[in-house]
Write a protein that binds this ligand. Structure first.
Ligand code: FAD
Length: 310
């Protein structure tokens, strides 16, 4: 059995693996796709000390860093069940979709999250070529341009306020007849001169020239008329879904499905820790997930130290 078994190989899992292995304890990492969301990222410009890199380069560097240590890397492995220890301090089991099973004294869950897509023509084609999901990451790329935001909940309205300070103009498009964000955010958005809000509007297509997106088509749900807006980018803000479906009923999840963690990354199950986008930690970013992974590994080590001598 492992001392520390990490499930998920994004920035959180990779950092946890390095921190655990450096303690000289038996460390394994099982991931469906090593690298995680970073694989789908074009440019990364906000990881401190790395002025500029690409997602695939960053993912390869993370993997090389983990490989420099004695870590058992199990790539292309999907976990589908977590079985808590039978007694306090006992072994925790992680069952894999391929029928295999892994046992460990501690487990760090770092299965990340995925952005909900609008699922309209053009979205996949222009992903990273105008279609974006993270205003903190890609906002500065649209300095002085016109952009859109799809979604009028808190994240959509926050994104529109944030972007309004960088870009020329922001159009926020909401499907419902009114914005669903907190009133204080809506008031703030309405006070900004370079923003427009369109409600009761269904995005039907993201248009482009084959290379880059150049606009968005929406249907006015009251009149059924279609309209086209020219814009250089659109931020899809209709939800971030944690990859925790497989944990339902095993440990405490928030109403959004995030793994509830305390300041040390401990979950509601003894010996099970969690880190990164899959958890309740605020702000989903690479540097935050990596820091969280380090914290989870140190907490797991602390837990192991305190286990009674067998
Ligand atoms: P993830 O990166 O999501 O990794 C999750 C890992 O768990 C993966 O290895 C996955 O395969 C694995 N996994 C999932 N389910 C299972 C399972 N059941 N069993 C086994 N393995 C599983 N952040 C920035 O800081 N800067 C940026 O510029 C930036 N740009 C971004 C651009 C895009 C397009 C996207 C989508 C995100 C961007 N982000 C950016 C956000 C950043 O990528 C995430 O915050 C970060 O990757 C979260 O790390 P994580 O390790 O928690 O999860």
């Amino acid at each position: 059995p492992y001392d520390v078994l990490i499930v998920g190989g994004g920035p959180a899992g990779a950092a946890a693996a390095v921190y655990a292995a450096r303690k000289g304890i038996r460390t394994g990492i099982a991931a469906e796709r090593f690298g995680g969301q970073v694989n789908d990222t074009m440019g990364i410009e906000n990881f401190i000390s790395v002025t500029e890199t690409t997602g695939p380069k960053f993912a390869a560097a993370m993997q090389a860093h983990v490989k420099a240590y004695n870590v058992n890397i199990m790539n292309s492995q999907r976990a589908d069940k977590l079985i808590p220890a039978a007694q306090a301090g006992g072994l925790i089991e992680v069952q894999l979709a391929n029928g295999g099973s892994l046992k460990s004294k501690t487990v760090i869950l770092s299965t990340g999250a995925r952005w909900r897509n609008v699922n309209v023509p053009g979205e996949q084609e222009y992903k990273n070529k105008g279609v974006a999901y993270c205003p903190h990451c890609d906002g500065p790329l649209y300095k002085g341009r016109r952009v859109g935001v799809i979604g009028g909940g808190n994240s959509g309205v926050e994104a529109a306020i944030d972007l309004a300070g960088i870009v020329e103009h922001v159009t926020l498009i909401e499907f419902d007849t009114q914005l669903r964000a907190d009133a204080v955010l809506v008031t703030k958005l309405q006070s900004l001169p370079n923003t427009t809000v369109i409600v009761n509007a269904q995005t039907t297509e993201i248009t482009g020239d084959g290379q880059k997106m150049n606009g968005l088509t929406f249907k006015d749900r009251a009149s059924s008329e279609e309209h086209h807006l020219e814009m250089a980018g659109v931020f899809v803000q209709i939800g971030l879904v944690p990859n925790t479906e497989w944990l339902k009923g095993t440990l405490e999840l928030s109403k959004h499905g995030e793994i509830v963690v305390d300041a040390k990354g401990a979950t509601s199950l003894p010996g099970v820790f969690a880190a990164g986008d899959a958890t309740t930690v605020p702000f989903k970013q690479i540097i935050i997930a990596a820091g969280d992974g380090a914290k989870g590994a140190l907490s797991a080590f602390d837990y192991l130290m305190r286990l009674p001598v067998a």
